[in-house]
Design a protein around this ligand. Structure first.
Ligand code: ADP
Ligand code: MG
Length: 411
């Protein structure tokens, strides 16, 4: 009979949770060696598939962020790894050992630590020491380890305080120190910053980035629906949708060269224009594409072989500029457009235009007078700034489906 998950989400993983694995099984791994591997893992809750054929390798010392809209299966991945949710098929491998059928205790993704679940009557130092005492670490060693990790998170001066005397951000740091004090080789985090207000979130994010630098052997698996956190912290980001991994790459690659439309739209702002590629790339790797009657040159993705095919032209708003009126210069990728509206954003104007009946947003310099709605203007972009994605025939209609990632992001 297939295994079925019974526990409710949130009972042992919830936003703001820091969970650590304490195992240092066998010999330590070299940075870059596979540490955690999911092989074709499928998890179902009743009839609902929460993870489908999920493959992922997380390397030792890597900070990997799993990013995806709510309900995409992020928490399920952590729960399956820690053993709280049985998998229906596939394997989970931790340092060469198949842990798929081991109990949570055997896997060693020890205590689940709710951020603010401190012992109120104990000092900060004793709270941090708790996991070490539970592991019968000698007293002298406990003292030095506690001091080491309180120093690491910048809280050594607060060792004698009680939790209620600390701010939310300070409590987060203590929670981190406590998770790290047992010297885990993996740190699992499920939306650890989501309960914090914006300035604290930024501060803790910086803290995690710093920890990642200072603890190069620590593998970090970080789950978030917030792309800015994922892009800032992670060495690699995996993008999930409906229990499937849609993209996995370094943040910059994912942003600049998204492998599919969902990724392009989920990460940052993007314009997708319906175009037709008209030829193979030329010697400079440029492809000619048509936007109705207008012809554009676009740098082709590696291995692009999409002759005369429907594509999306993917353009980030900041990569499109308005051509100052009356300016001469190159005509390449210059498009006539109708200005629909503009909005002052402080650092730039967001200008909405229409090109050949398709909507496009661009960012205009605040130093320029923005063009007025209802007037015509010219815009341009560099061939290297644009990115091409294949367009399925089912996507030929209006950009209705284009809102999918946007909607997911807003949730
Ligand atoms: P995320 O963490 O990305 O928001 P989850 O992993 O919590 O997503 O959930 C993935 C899917 O599985 C969702 O559709 C969710 O409703 C469903 N789900 C999660 N846990 C349970 C459960 N215990 N019972 C039934 N459905 C669940
Ligand atoms: Mg979740």
């Amino acid at each position: 009979m297939p295994a079925q998950a019974v526990s409710r989400p949130g009972t042992d993983f919830a936003p703001g949770l820091v969970v650590s694995a304490c195992i240092n099984w066998n010999k330590p791994l070299e940075p870059g060696e596979p540490h955690i591997r999911f092989k074709a893992v499928t998890v179902r809750y009743g009839k609902r598939t929460a993870l489908a054929d999920f493959d992922l390798t997380i390397n030792a010392g890597e900070a990997l962020a799993l990013l995806g809209p709510s309900g995409s299966g992020k928490t399920t991945i952590l729960r399956a790894l820690a053993g709280f949710t049985p998998i229906e098929s596939g394997r989970i491998i931790l340092k060469n050992a198949d842990i798929s059928s081991k109990s949570p205790q055997q896997r060693g993704f020890g205590i689940v630590v709710q951020n603010y679940a401190f012992f109120p009557h104990m000092s900060v130092a004793d709270n941090v020491a708790f996991g070490l005492r539970a592991r019968s670490v000698p007293r002298a060693e406990i003292q030095s380890v506690v001091a080491e990790y309180l120093t690491l998170v910048g809280m050594i001066d607060y060792a004698k305080c009680h939790p209620h005397e600390l701010s939310g951000g300070q409590q987060q740091r203590i929670a981190l120190a406590r998770a790290l004090a047992i010297r885990p080789d993996v740190l699992l985090m499920d939306e650890p910053l989501s309960a914090l207000d914006a300035p604290l979130r930024r501060e803790m994010l910086n803290e995690l980035i710093r920890l990642h630098r200072q603890l190069p052997d620590l593998t970090m698996l970080f789950v978030t629906h917030d792309q800015s956190e994922a892009l800032a912290l992670a060495d690699r980001v995996g993008l999930l949708r409906e229990g499937r991994l849609l993209a996995l790459d370094a943040p910059k690659n994912l942003y600049e060269r998204p492998p599919n439309r969902f990724t392009a739209e989920f990460l940052g702002q993007t314009n997708l224009l319906k175009v037709e590629a008209t030829a193979h790339p030329d010697g400079d790797g440029l492809v000619m594409v048509r936007l109705d009657s207008q012809t554009l040159m676009v740098k082709a993705p590696d291995g692009w072989d999409n002759r005369r095919n429907a594509c999306w032209l993917c353009l980030r708003p900041h990569q499109v500029s308005l051509k100052p009126e009356g300016s001469e210069g190159a005509r390449v990728n210059t498009l006539d457009c109708m200005v629909l509206a503009h909005e002052w954003k402080g650092s730039h104007y967001r200008v909405s235009v229409e090109v050949e009946g398709q909507p496009l947003h661009l960012e205009a310099n605040v130093g320029l007078t923005p063009p007025q709605a209802g007037t015509r203007a010219a815009l341009f972009f560099s061939p290297a700034a644009a990115w091409l994605l294949p367009r399925e025939s089912s996507e030929g209609g209006e950009s209705s489906g284009a809102g999918e990632a946007r909607k997911a992001k807003e949730n």
